[in-house]
Design a protein around this ligand. Sequence first.
Ligand code: NAP
Length: 352
Amino acid sequence: MRTFNVGILGATGAVGQKFIHLLQGHPWFHIAQLGASERSAGKRYGDTVTWIEPVDLPDAIANQTIQSCRPEVMNEVDFVFSGLDSGVATEIEQSFAEAGIPVISNAKNYRQHDSVPLLVPEVNADHIGLIAQQKFTDDHSGFIVTNPNCVCIPLSMALAPLHRRYGIASVVMTTLQAISGGGYPGVPGMDITANIMPYIDGEEPKIGLEPLKILGELKNGTVQFADFPVEATATRVPTVEGHLLSVTVSFEEKPASADEAKKVIRDWQSPLEDLDLPSAPKQPLRLYENPRFPQPRLHSYQEGGMQVSVGRVREAEVMDLSMMVLGHNTVRGAAGCSILNAELLARKGYFS
Ligand code: NAP
């Protein structure tokens, strides 16, 4: 695999910093340019960022000058990762795609566009076929690929094997989402210290919709969405990293037992195994039998934060099956998933 020069849009934010952290020493991707708002542009990165990653800021990154997020300025790259604020992502991401620079985005803005893949490579890698229908450039050199919301990624990974085997009829769930999911500085300390916020603005509609596209089938160039309701309650809890989800599912065909459903989860094989992608976890989905597991502090970081944990799989009194699902929100749920998306696209020859 050749190496690619990459840019990071929103490089000063929580997700942007996670990109910088995860891309250190990456065998294919080299960070060439960093972009942020006009407030930050022209300044030295190390003097501007409030660094929140638990590793030292590399000197080579600290000494870079932050650029404006404009394709004519950030033109030394093969593609860009986007951790842009959703208030500005629509126009900026479009401008890069129109300039022939692919955008691998975390923002929500293009997730529901018909021709934009909402990608979790272990679940719906074939959805990259949608890119051929994007019209940002005549030669398809510029395109946008998104990754789902930080809850929807672990949720879809846990549901995928069960949906394929039994067909999901409905989902009722409550999230316990970590503070870092709100970006930096995020939720005020007065709200979250020794407390739980019973509402996250804008979160529940995304959880109701995104899994249906991810678990949908690509047929004749369009994604036919999965068809089941998701009733979600999203809460913010005083953990730092790792979103824990309490999920109850009813199926079209009920599993014979919780043990049978566990076997379906345990036996699920990643379709990426033969592609040798650097960020792909060896075991994307791990099933725990210990009823005290999974816990955000103990299990969010497995396989570099790319593994999703499932536990407490049990027959439900109401509906069919209940379980707890855990995923690292800024790695698996954001920057790490984007990097895996880009690795898949690089392997498939999408970056010229
Ligand atoms: P954040 O910490 O608030 O960072 C936002 C970034 O956008 C900063 O780099 C900021 O630059 C930049 N920005 C703001 N206005 C801009 C403008 N007008 N032009 C160019 N850049 C601008 O947010 P975050 O938590 O990293 O989230 C970034 C995106 O990822 C959001 O769309 C979010 O919904 C999504 N996401 C976040 C998570 C998570 O767990 N945090 C998970 C999945 C997806 P300045 O520093 O210069 O203002």
